[in-house]
Design a protein around this ligand. Structure first.
Ligand SMILES: NC(=O)c1ccc[n+]([C@@H]2O[C@H](COP(=O)([O-])OP(=O)(O)OC[C@H]3O[C@@H](n4cnc5c(N)ncnc54)[C@H](OP(=O)(O)O)[C@@H]3O)[C@@H](O)[C@H]2O)c1
Length: 344
């Protein structure tokens, strides 16, 4: 079965990753690209300043970029990926949902809305059923699904594995790559020989989204996970790959060996883009490292290491590729789940 897909915001940093990941996808055929009015009407080659480390696929380079309105997207598109700035997505995504499109979106608007599934397919696929409530409450024919922020998605799979010991509280400090801020987000003068101990809005996203992802949906209401989460977010001069230092307290004792076992055996999903093993746990305390480990599993695997006991629980490090697992790859995987579960 071929699913015809489109990308809203296709010329940006995340949009380019979508194009890279969709090239040669087993079931998705890229058939529509949109961007701002400045890009509309141009060929993709002309409109996009291509910065991904593989060439633009020839067929995509010649496609014409449309404006980001439902009228500019062909009716026979089955699934849209959205990588628009959140301020733009907040305004335009509802018009696509009204028009009946199914949208798998990266943008942060509506991630915490009660009726919007915030999903990582390996962690909380059942939350997709919120779509029923969403359609009823908003009168949409389409469906909106969000993936979490890149720093949240790096840590949450490891927490999901630890939850078998009863997670009570989590503290996390991040070392985040510059690509997370977009191409022009942090200037070289700001970041070279430096670290910036604040990323606007990021700490709040980690603290709230993680509780929603690990929350329970009983078919009527979603209850957030009871754990406390405190995050401190830092930008450092790596290009890709967010590294995070996590401190977790659990109700039942979790030795470093038992925690590593739970992470290693946490099941992946059976979707075209999911890695065979979701979490790779290193024995070497010097790993994971961004430059060495961000491409594991095509950028879709989470890495962990340095598990040690503390006075109150455990500490460890985890890592993920922020523009693949943390952005375009996360949305793509949600799209695959939507197809698998029959929403597309
Ligand atoms: N970068 C990351 O690692 C990352 C990670 C997770 C989530 N995200 C989220 O993903 C989204 C995209 O991020 P990005 O870094 O790819 O941004 P970006 O590079 O600035 O790209 C934005 C895209 O949106 C289009 N656009 C801008 N204004 C528009 C408008 N008024 N109407 C229609 N299209 C418009 C742009 O088109 P033009 O080229 O025509 O301007 C471009 O295609 C954001 O919400 C961001 O927070 C990013």
């Amino acid at each position: 079965m071929t699913v015809r897909v489109g990308i809203l915001g296709a010329t940006g940093a995340v949009g380019q990753r979508f194009i890279q990941l969709l090239d040669d996808h087993s079931t998705f055929e890229l058939a529509a690209l949109t961007a701002s009015e400045d890009s509309a009407g141009k060929s993709y080659r002309e409109a996009a300043k291509w910065r991904v480390n593989t060439p633009i696929p020839d067929d995509v380079a010649e496609m014409t970029v449309g404006a980001t309105t439902p009228e500019d997207v062909p009716d026979d598109i089955d699934l849209l990926f959205s990588s628009l700035p959140s301020s733009v997505a907040r305004e335009v995504e509802p018009s696509f949902l009204d028009a009946g499109y199914v949208v798998s979106s990266n943008s942060s608007n509506d991630r915490m809305a009660q009726d919007v599934p915030l999903t990582i397919p390996e962690i909380n696929p059942g939350h997709l059923d919120l779509i029923e409530i969403q359609r009823e409450e908003r009168g949409w024919d389409g469906a909106l699904v969000k993936n979490p922020n890149c720093s949240t998605i790096t840590m949450v799979p490891t927490l999901a594995a630890l939850d078998e010991f009863g997670l009570e509280s989590v503290q996390v400090s991040t070392l985040q790559a510059v690509s997370g801020a977009g191409y022009s987000g942090v200037t070289s003068m700001e970041i070279i020989d430096n670290a910036i101990p604040h990323i606007g809005g990021e700490e709040d996203k980690m603290e709230t989204e993680s509780r929603k992802l690990l929350g329970t949906f009983d078919g009527a209401e979603l209850e957030l996970h009871r754990m406390d989460v405190a995050a401190s977010c830092n930008r450092i001069p790596t290009l890709d790959g967010h590294l995070e230092n996590v401190f977790a307290e659990t109700e039942d004792d979790a030795s470093p060996d038992a925690a590593a076992g739970a992470m290693r055996s946490y099941e992946s999903a059976d979707l075209p883009s999911s890695p065979e093993q979701l979490i790779h746990v290193f024995e070497d305390p010097e790993r994971p490292q961004p430059r060495l480990d961000r491409e594991r599993g095509g950028g879709m695997q989470i890495s962990a290491g340095g598990l040690q006991e503390t006075a109150n629980g455990l500490k460890y490090n985890c890592l993920a590729h922020n523009t693949i697992r943390g952005a375009a790859g996360a949305s793509l995987l949600n799209g695959e789940l939507l197809v698998e579960e029959g929403w597309v």
